[in-house]
Design a protein around this ligand. Structure first.
Ligand code: GLU
Length: 295
């Protein structure tokens, strides 16, 4: 197998809490697929949130993966060490005139939504249920933008979704080897418009989840993205950014989520399913593998 045809997988957790059974499932599936295809599995630490992600949590996360017996191929990539790469990609989107500074604070947006909804007008939501950003700021003129930025007003860079889709002009698709939440599979028509003007970067962080994930999948030459179904719809934004920035297109496989006894998706704040807690109460790595039916 030549280096370029060798599949490359990744597991990309955020060290903002302890890993739970859902992370274990995703890591084990990635390792199994890499082993079955003669591929490599890389570990990426998604730590752009410099407040919630800490070195202690990263060390605990790596310890948990080690205990579980998931082996990673070098090198490890830590997103906090690549802010310059993300900033350069952001600058390109700004130069293409498809990104704009958005000044509405979270509080001001909530007030707007509450007012609209009190008047009987439902506010449009993205596939995760978050409110779509209103179009106000994208129509500000260049002079007002400069004045407000110079005055130190906080802002986020957002993608002008309409303008971005005009630039690509093509029908965006991706190859889904797994299943979406509605059993979507095969060639999927991407619908990035459903997300509205997504955040590309914030005043204190020169990137966002969407921007850094496509930058890193390209930098690490990931050929197969295997992750939870909760990120199925976000793939539409990733495909758009890949086309805008001329980055390669990986194949995708979204897997089912591990759920708790009530059917809810696991969360890092729920300690019962944390690998550390399971280990402390006597579970072994092979108990966890058989409970998850993988590895
Ligand atoms: N960092 C994300 C998470 O922990 C995963 C990102 C991805 O796999 O694309 O949910």
């Amino acid at each position: 197998m030549t280096a370029s045809s060798q599949p490359v997988f990744r597991f990309a957790p955020s060290p903002n809490g302890r890993l739970h059974l859902g992370h274990a499932y995703s890591a084990l599936i990635n390792r199994t697929l890499a082993d079955e295809t003669g591929g490599r599995l890389l570990l990426r630490i998604e730590d752009i949130d410099r407040v919630r992600c800490t070195p202690a949590l990263e060390a605990a996360m790596i310890g948990d993966l080690d205990w579980l017996g998931v082996r990673f191929d070098p090198p490890l990539r830590r997103q906090s060490e690549h802010f310059d790469t993300y900033r350069a990609l952001l600058d390109r989107l700004v130069e293409m005139n498809i990104a704009y500074p958005a000044f509405l604070s979270r509080g001001a947006l909530s007030t707007r939504i509450a007012e609209a909804e009190a008047g009987g007008q439902p506010w449009p939501r993205d596939p995760d249920g978050a409110p779509i950003y209103p179009p106000d700021d994208k129509h500000l003129d260049a002079k007002e933008r400069r004045t407000r930025i110079a005055a130190g007003e906080p802002f986020a860079w957002r993608l002008d979704m309409e303008a971005a889709l005009k630039t690509t002009g093509t029908r965006l698709t991706w190859r889904e080897n797994g299943k979406g939440p509605g059993n979507e599979t095969g060639l999927i028509a991407a619908d990035p418009m459903a997300w509205g003007d997504v955040v590309l970067a914030r005043s204190d962080t020169p990137t966002s989840y969407h921007l850094s994930v496509v930058a890193d999948d390209a930098a690490q030459k990931i050929s197969h993205v295997v992750r939870g179904q909760d990120l199925f719809h976000a793939t539409a934004v990733h495909r758009l950014l890949q086309v805008l920035l001329g980055l390669p297109e990986p194949q995708y496989r979204h897997h089912a989520l591990v759920r708790d006894a009530t059917g809810r998706k696991l969360s890092k704040s729920d300690n019962d399913t944390a690998l550390a807690a399971l280990r402390d109460s006597g579970s072994t790595p092979s108990d966890i593998r058989s409970q998850l039916g993988v590895g």
